[in-house]
Design a protein around this ligand. Structure first.
Ligand code: ADP
Ligand code: F6P
Length: 323
């Protein structure tokens, strides 16, 4: 009987639990014993491992966060740390590891794979910045959380005819800002690579209110910040200079929590089952991804060397729809 271990690493994402549940139950149904590593690579190095059965993952499909807990772990960046992890895995007689996490965690998975251990990765990060998969676990739920906040902020912004800046997560990628900006009907979307034109932004705000808009909502990506100032501070200054009295909300970690959406539960479940299939059939050293609605496997090296780009068609939609 094959022993499979599963861990969650890096920034947690809603739907990770659905994925842990699928790895456990699908793995057991396929005849494997399944083990959960707590606290990501940190727990792997320190032998923090528990056996999982079908009951231990009961009721978790609707929970945000991760029952296995997550961590960022500097020691694992070094080969010494990775070898320590290997010793632990071999000590338990584990024959395959499923790593659920973001791009950093998947680089860690590749490092273990290169040391000869069978690993399969699953993309999970609200940032949706992992190459070669259309979606990662957690993105859909985070977008819905942002939309909920936007809708509420619009109510109060309209009541006071205010300009509002809503800063969202997403690191240097800007996916959350772009998608939420379009789906939430923002007046302006500021992305990490947006060249900030102060005069243009001041003019836009003035002209929007003159055209009868009841509010001016800016969705700003955290990755558009400069080393000296956050993007929220920069935009607050511009809009104040334009003669308005803006307000701002930095959504922060609220975007990472909450019960996963239907999409994320299904995606986590499908990814988890596909990862077990990959381990059982010996197709390791790969990330499971989704392309055109289908499960795909992509070699870790292709994932690591790739770059995730925002879709050009969607980028072009943002400006005309904001008027
Ligand atoms: P995420 O997985 O959400 O992108 P991080 O980038 O913080 O989060 O990565 C999570 C963990 O993965 C790191 O703390 C580290 O332990 C491991 N990791 C990241 N990059 C590498 C790498 N190049 N080699 C080995 N391990 C890595
Ligand atoms: O990668 C996910 C993410 O939530 C980013 O959007 C954000 O910049 C970062 O993690 C925050 O990390 P931490 O949880 O360490 O504050």
């Amino acid at each position: 009987m094959k022993r499979i271990a599963v861990l969650t690493s890096g920034g947690d994402a809603p739907g990770m639990n659905a994925c842990v549940r699928a790895v456990t139950r699908y793995g057991i149904a396929a005849g494997a014993e399944v083990y959960g590593v707590r606290r990501g690579y940190a727990g792997l190095m320190s032998n923090d491992i528990i056996e999982l059965d079908s009951r231990s993952v009961g009721g978790i499909i609707r929970q945000g966060g991760t029952i296995l807990m997550s961590a960022r772990c500097k020691e694992f960046l070094e080969e010494e740390g990775q070898k320590k992890a290997l010793e632990v895995l071999n000590g338990w007689g584990i024959g395959g590891l499923v790593v659920i996490g973001g791009d950093g965690s998947l680089r860690g998975a590749n490092a273990l794979h290169k040391l000869g251990f069978p690993v399969v990765g699953i993309p999970a990060s609200i940032d949706n910045d992992i190459p070669k998969t259309e979606m990662a676990i957690g993105v859909d739920t985070a977008l819905n959380t942002i939309l909920d906040a936007m809708d509420k902020i619009k109510d109060t912004a309209s009541a006071h005819q205010r300009a509002f800046i809503i800063e969202v997560m997403g690191r240097a990628h800007g996916y959350l800002a772009l998608m939420a900006g379009i789906a939430g009907g923002a007046e302006l979307v500021v992305l990490p690579r947006t060249i900030l034109d102060k005069d243009m932004i001041m003019q836009e705000v003035k002209s929007a209110f003159l055209r009868g808009k009841p509010h001016f909502i800016i969705i700003a990506a955290e990755g558009a910040s400069t080393p000296d100032k956050s993007i929220t501070q920069i935009l607050m200054e511009y809009i104040t200079e334009a003669g308005h009295d803006p307000r701002s909300t930095v959504l922060g970690h609220v975007q990472r929590g909450g019960s996963p959406s239907c999409y994320d539960r299904l995606l986590g479940t499908r990814f988890g089952a596909a990862a077990v299939d990959a381990i059982i059939t010996g197709k390791t050293g790969v990330m499971i991804g989704i392309k055109g609605g289908e499960m795909v496997t992509v070699d870790f090296d292709i994932v690591s060397s790739g770059k995730s780009e925002l879709c050009a068609d969607i980028l072009e939609l943002a400006e005309p729809l904001s008027h």
